[in-house]
Design a protein around this ligand. Structure first.
Ligand code: 16G
Ligand code: MG
Length: 577
C-alpha cells in the first residue's frame, strides 16, 4: 500500500439517553490498517458466494436472512460517502411495502436526497466483493472518487419496525466502527423522518430542528396556522389512517398530540395485532383497488393508507352506494398543484409550476392537468430519484408516482421570492397573505422526499380550505380504467425502453405489436418495463372500460411472453366478470 495516511478511528463508543448520540474516543491509525480491519471484520459478516446483490431503484432489498453482509459493507460505504461529501450522510434500513420477512438498505445524501446515481455502482461492487477482497474494493472506490480518507465521517442510522431491523443495524454499525466513523442511531423512524433529520443537521438547523420532536413541531405548527377557522359544510376534520402495521402508525400517534383537536385521527393497523403490510398499506390498497383489512368504514369517511416505511400515501373512501373510490398519487398531485397554482397567482409572483408524473399516471390526470388546469406535465422514469430530478426544473415542481410517492420542490429562488413577498408591507394584503400561506405550505411539505405524514397533512389542509369532502376532490376528473400485470421472463433485461419507459426498444418487434393492439381500443394506452425491484416485466394498460383495459393488458402480456422469453405457462385471458 503506497499511501500512508494517519486516520482517526473510534475506540470507545457510549450512548447518551435522549439523542442516542454517540460519544467517541479517537485513536489514530494507518489507512492500510483500516482496510485490513475491514477484511477482518467481514469474518463476522460472511458473504454467501452464490448470491449477487444489486443496488436497485430503492437500494438493496431482499430476504432479511441474507442481508447481514450487505449491511456490514454499507456501513463501510456510508463512511466513505460521508468523507467524500464532507458531511453527514444517512442509512435507512427498510423494505418499505414489501412483506415483513424482507428487508433492505438505502443510503441518503447530505441534503436528504437519494444516493447520487454514480455511487450505486460502488454500492453494488462492494456488496458483491468476496470477503477477502473488501480491502481492494474499498481502495478502488477511494481511488475512483479521490476520497481524502483522513477526513472524519459521520452517519445517521434508522430502521423501520421489522424484527430483522436490530441485527441488521448491528451489522451496519460494525462496518461504521471499522471505518472509524461516528454515528447516531435513531432507532425506529419513518424513512422521510431520517431524510429530514440529515438535511436539518447539514443545513445547521436552517431546514428545521434536527430531532424527531423538531419534525413534529415543524409540521404541526405550519398545519395549525394554515387551518382556517369557520364552519365547514362538507369538510369534516375526521380521518381514519391505515398504518400498514408499521412505523407510520407509531409516528402518527406521536404527531397527534401536536395537532390538538384540529383533526380527529383514528389509527388502525397500528401493529398491535396484524402483520406489516399484510392485506393493508398503500401498496395493497392501490394494487388491489379495495380497502385494507382491519378498517371499519362508513360511506363518505375519508381514509388514508401509508406504506410500511411511511413514504407513500393514498386516500380512499366508499361513496354513498358503498363503492370503493381510490384517490391515488395522481389525484394528490392534481389537488396540490391546483392549490399552489392559485396561491402563486394570488401572490402576484412570477413562478412556474409544473407536475412530474411517470408513465403509470392515469391518462385522465395528465389530460386534466394539461388541458383544464393548463399546467405543464413532464414524464420521468419510475423511481423517486428520477421524478425528483425532473421536478428541480420548475420553480415549484410537484412530483408524484401514481402509487402515492411524491412531494413538492421549491427552488431556492422561489423560496426567497415567496418569503420576501410574505414580509413585504408595500404589497396588497391579499398578495401578502397568499405568500404567507405559501411559506407555511413550504414548511408543511417535506421537500427531501415523499412523506406520507406530511403529504397527508397537506391534503387535509387543502380539503379543509376548499371545504371539500372526498367526493368533491374525486370529481375533479374521472380515472380511466387500468390494469397492471407482471410477466416472468428468462431475463428481464431483454426488455429495454426509452422515452421515460413509454416505448420499448427491445426485443425487436415488441413496440410495433403494442402499437397495433393499442389502436384497437378507445382511449387505449399501454407500455411495458422491466421491474427495478422484482424479477419480472410489468405491463400497464388503460382503456375506456375495465374489460377493455383488462383485455389490452392481457394481449400485450402475450406479446411480452412470446417475444421476450416468457417462462411458465402463457398468460391466460381475463375471466369474464
Ligand atoms: C421502488 C421505488 C418506487 C417505485 C417502485 C417501482 C423509491 C424510493 N421507491 O419502490 O418509487 O415506484 O420501486 O418498482 O424510489 P418496480 O420497478 O418493481 O415496478
Ligand atoms: Mg416506502
Amino acid at each position: 500500500m503506497s499511501k500512508v495516511i494517519l486516520y482517526f478511528r473510534v475506540v470507545q463508543v457510549s450512548l447518551c439517553s435522549t439523542w442516542r448520540q454517540v460519544r467517541i474516543v479517537y485513536s489514530t491509525c494507518r489507512m492500510s490498517d483500516i482496510l485490513a480491519e475491514a477484511v477482518k471484520g467481514a469474518a463476522a459478516h460472511p458473504r454467501p458466494e452464490d448470491i449477487q446483490f444489486a443496488y436497485g431503484t430503492a437500494g438493496f432489498r431482499d430476504k432479511s436472512t441474507i442481508l447481514d453482509p450487505v449491511l456490514y459493507r454499507m456501513g463501510l460505504l456510508a463512511a466513505l460517502r460521508s468523507k467524500a461529501k464532507k458531511a453527514t450522510v444517512a442509512v435507512m434500513i427498510t423494505a418499505s411495502h414489501n412483506p415483513e420477512p424482507d428487508n433492505g438498505v438505502k443510503l441518503v445524501d447530505p441534503m436528504g436526497e437519494m444516493l447520487e446515481g454514480s455511487w450505486e455502482k460502488h454500492a453494488t461492487d462492494l456488496a458483491n466483493a468476496k470477503d477477502e477482497d473488501i480491502g481492494s474494493a474499498l481502495q478502488r472506490i477511494i481511488d475512483a472518487v479521490d476520497i481524502d480518507i483522513s477526513l472524519p465521517s459521520d452517519v445517521f442510522v434508522a430502521r423501520d419496525t421489522r424484527p430483522s431491523g436490530p441485527p441488521l443495524t448491528q451489522a451496519l454499525l460494525d462496518g461504521l466502527k471499522v471505518m472509524g466513523s461516528t454515528f447516531t442511531d435513531f432507532g425506529i423512524l419513518t424513512t422521510p423522518q431520517l431524510h429530514y433529520l440529515v438535511r436539518c443537521h447539514n443545513s445547521k438547523g436552517a431546514y428545521g430542528e434536527p430531532t424527531e420532536e423538531g419534525y413534529y413541531k415543524k409540521l404541526a405548527q405550519a398545519f395549525l396556522k394554515l387551518r382556517k377557522d369557520g364552519a365547514k359544510k362538507k369538510y369534516e376534520p375526521v380521518v381514519i389512517i391505515d398504518g400498514a402495521n408499521g412505523v407510520g402508525a407509531l409516528k402518527t400517534r406521536k404527531l397527534q398530540s401536536h395537532l390538538h383537536e384540529s383533526l380527529r385521527i383514528t389509527v388502525c393497523n397500528d401493529g398491535s395485532s396484524g402483520k406489516l403490510n399484510e392485506k393493508c398499506g398503500a401498496d395493497f390498497v392501490k394494487v388491489q383497488q379495495k380497502p385494507p383489512a382491519g378498517l371499519e368504514i362508513l360511506p363518505g369517511q375519508r381514509c388514508v393508507s401509508f406504506d410500511g416505511d411511511a413514504d407513500r400515501v393514498v386516500f380512499f373512501y366508499l361513496n354513498k352506494d358503498g363503492v370503493f373510490n381510490l384517490l391515488d398519487g395522481d389525484k394528490i398531485s392534481t389537488l396540490i398543484a391546483g392549490y399552489l397554482g392559485e396561491l402563486v397567482s394570488a401572490s402576484g409572483l412570477q413562478l412556474n409550476i409544473g407536475v412530474v408524473q411517470t408513465a403509470y399516471a392515469n391518462g385522465s390526470s395528465t389530460r386534466y392537468l394539461e388541458d383544464v388546469m393548463k399546467v405543464p406535465v413532464s414524464c420521468a422514469k419510475t423511481g423517486v430519484k428520477h421524478l425528483h430530478h425532473k421536478a428541480l426544473e420548475f420553480d415549484v415542481g410537484v412530483y408524484f408516482e401514481a402509487n402515492g410517492h411524491g412531494t413538492v420542490l421549491f427552488s431556492d429562488q422561489a423560496e426567497q421570492k415567496i418569503k420576501a413577498a410574505s414580509q413585504d408591507d408595500s404589497l396588497e394584503s391579499s398578495k401578502r397573505e397568499a405568500a404567507t400561506r405559501l411559506t407555511l405550505m413550504m414548511d408543511l411539505i417535506n421537500q427531501t422526499v415523499g412523506d406520507a405524514i406530511s403529504d397527508f397533512l397537506v391534503v387535509e389542509t387543502i380539503l379543509s380550505t376548499r371545504d371539500w369532502a372526498a367526493d368533491d376532490w374525486n370529481m375533479q376528473y374521472r380515472d380511466l380504467p387500468s390494469r397492471l400485470l407482471k410477466i416472468k421472463v428468462k431475463d428481464r433485461t431483454a426488455v429495454q425502453t426509452t422515452d421515460a419507459e413509454r416505448c420499448a426498444t427491445a426485443p425487436a418487434g415488441l413496440q410495433e405489436a403494442i402499437n397495433k393492439l393499442v389502436a384497437k381500443y378507445q382511449q387505449g394506452r399501454s407500455f411495458v418495463r422491466p421491474s427495478g425491484t422484482e424479477d419480472v416485466v410489468r405491463v400497464f394498460a388503460e382503456a375506456d372500460t375495465q374489460a377493455n383495459a383488462d383485455m389490452l393488458a392481457h394481449e400485450v402480456s402475450v406479446q411480452v411472453y412470446q417475444l421476450a422469453g416468457g417462462v411458465g405457462d402463457q398468460p391466460q385471458p381475463p375471466c369474464a366478470p
